[in-house]
Design a protein around this ligand. Structure first.
Ligand SMILES: [Zn+2]
Length: 130
């Protein structure tokens, strides 16, 4: 096993990006297995080859930077998803309109009947059915 230890010493190893690449590859391979297309199968295995190459890479700083970028990208995606979810929830409870005086965008609750509003920007007062 000495040769294996020597071979693996100084290599990058695995990280979240590699796990994701392998996961994507396995999922994609499973999905395309229904088509029985050898080219498609080869393409779907590419992420595993990339993961393997990254694992055995000796350029550790570069691989770490890639992983950091990947984690940041995932965090951004998650944050955007949360905002979209919040807006969707908002639409059931609120609606948006412009102030008749200054055109400031206002968020008003839905289903509260006739309400008296004061624009927070220009202090104009108006009634609105909700
Ligand atoms: Zn206003």
């Amino acid at each position: 096993m000495d040769w294996l230890k020597r071979f693996l010493s100084g290599r990058y190893g695995t990280d979240q990006l590699n796990i994701a690449l392998i996961g994507v590859s396995i999922t994609a391979s499973f999905l395309v297995s229904f088509f029985r297309n050898p080219i498609l199968t080869l393409v779907m295995n590419l992420p595993i080859l990339v993961a393997l190459w990254r694992m055995l890479s000796r350029n550790i700083t570069k691989r770490q930077r890639e992983n950091e970028r990947f984690l940041q990208w995932g965090a951004d995606l998650w944050a955007k998803h949360q905002i979209r979810k919040q807006h969707k929830k908002d639409r059931q409870l609120y609606f948006y309109m412009e102030c008749p005086n200054c055109k400031q965008k206002l968020r008003l609750p839905r289903g509260k009947g006739k309400i008296h509003c004061t624009c927070p920007k220009c202090k104009a007062e108006f009634d609105r059915k909700t």
